[in-house]
Design a protein around this ligand. Structure first.
Ligand SMILES: [Zn+2]
Length: 438
């Protein structure tokens, strides 16, 4: 296959240097990014039409010829879903012999399997290296990566990133934080790459016994709350930068810059779409892999809900940004208040005094009307009316559109209070449930 526009431009401008890749990646004009994406997208579609049984069949069913496809919309309703990956044998997606396989941590049941070759992993590492470089990591730094190893991709890509940069790297799986704490001084690590909850455990030890000098902490972003982040930063006196990605996207799909206002997306290797965006631009993220040839994924439904941030970033990088993930498509409830995600209610309840952390919001139906019912446990003598007032006030100030829909009668608010433990203990309850029609 002839060199793609991206490979040509990158080869001419960047070569093997990570600093040059970083500078180039920050300054590519959006029009050139779009041309490179379109070129890579067309090549990927034609390649997959010839080599991938699953996609070839989809094209045939839809009566679309690969040669006619220039951009994602030309594929109409053709997507690849997580369910497709689970229900088809790997042969239906494999286009050439793989050299590595990774699994996704699903919510129960069979894991999804995604195949790569070594070159694809190295390329993913190079782009992660550029993102790390942009955030201040240099060849003389020492990186410890404690992402779960096993069949998970992230620690491999981080290892390849450090290799591309020439930095010291220990990708050691997920050890006991106590064990890592003792190694921080021994090996002089000054960059930590890890999961949020593991970082909290490590930070609790460091808070009691003293933190070592660390220049940067990189965390998988989709499970990091603002409270965790602040705590970890306070303990280490170092910035926490979030990355976003998944096995299907080949590890990293985007990383924050020092502005920390959304993830700068890797638009060189992935093409992103937001499906059926609502009034604020939020919809399901859809991704096409642009460079992978072992198991390309075309219009893969990520199931995460987010939006593009169209405004230019203060850091000056031209790469488009993605908002923090608002929730999962399958957790979203559509009702009279709008499209609801559990994250909305986390944000509503976070500073309401007098309730336990165990709460639930249910969407019910009464006659022809939707009811948004808050089920709360009272804890320390704050009256139910004061709690209700606080929730209403947060709704009005933090989600004015939802409040406006309430004011014009599109749904009703209801509150149900019980003592601590009333909602059940010991299990993690679904924050948002749809009980209409049950
Ligand atoms: Zn930026």
């Amino acid at each position: 296959m002839l060199t793609s526009l991206r490979q040509f431009v990158e080869g001419a401008v960047v070569g093997d240097s990570v600093p040059r890749l970083t500078r180039w990646g920050k300054s590519v004009p959006p029009a050139l990014i779009w041309r490179m994406q379109e070129d890579s997208f067309r090549r990927t579609v034609r390649y997959a039409a010839r080599h991938q049984k699953f996609f070839a069949q989809k094209l045939a069913e839809a009566g679309i010829r690969a040669e006619q496809v220039r951009r994602p919309a030309d594929l109409s309703e053709i997507f690849t879903t997580p369910e497709d990956l689970l229900s088809h044998p790997p042969e239906d997606f494999l286009c050439r012999d793989p050299q590595a396989v990774f699994e996704t941590t699903g919510t129960g049941g069979e894991p999804k399997r995604v195949y790569f070759d070594h070159q694809e992993l190295e390329l993913a590492g190079r782009y992660e290296a550029a993102a790390l470089y942009e955030n201040g990591v240099r060849p003389q730094d020492r990186v410890i990566c404690t992402f779960d190893a096993g069949y998970w991709i992230s620690s491999w890509v981080t290892y390849f990133a450090c290799r591309a940069m020439g930095a010291f790297c220990s990708a050691v799986g997920k050890p006991d934080p106590r064990d890592t704490y003792s190694k921080l001084r021994l090996y002089g690590y000054n960059v930590i790459v890890a999961d949020p909850t593991w970082l909290v455990s490590l930070s609790e030890i460091a808070e009691k016994e003293g933190a070592y000098p660390v220049k940067l902490i990189v965390a998988a972003g989709d499970r990091m709350t603002a409270a965790y982040r602040k705590y970890i930063e306070d303990v280490w006196k170092a910035p926490v930068i979030l990355g976003y990605g998944s096995t299907e996207m080949g590890g990293g799909a985007g990383m924050e810059c020092r502005e920390r206002q959304g993830y700068h997306l890797d638009e060189f290797n992935l093409l992103f779409e937001i499906l059926e965006p609502d009034a604020e631009g939020y919809g399901e993220l859809v991704v096409t892999t642009l460079g992978r040839r072992v198991m390309p994924l075309i219009r893969y439904r990520v199931r995460d809900v987010a939006r593009f941030i169209p405004e230019p970033c203060a850091c000056g990088a031209t790469l488009r940004r993605l908002s923090p993930i608002k929730g999962r498509r399958d957790e979203m409830v559509v009702m009279g208040a709008g499209n609801l995600h559990p994250a909305i209610f986390e944000n509503l309840m976070r500073d309401v005094a007098g309730i336990s952390t165990n709460w639930q919001v249910a969407v019910r139906q009464e006659g022809l009307h939707d009811v948004l019912e808050f089920r709360l446990e009272l804890t320390n003598g704050v009256s139910s009316s004061a709690v209700e007032e606080a929730v209403r006030k947060n709704l009005e100030t933090r989600y004015p559109e939802m409040w406006a829909n309430h004011s014009c009668g599109m749904y009703r608010l209801a509150f149900k209070f019980g003592p601590r433990g009333a909602l059940g203990q010991g299990r993690k309850m679904k924050r948002l449930v749809d009980e209409r029609g049950t």
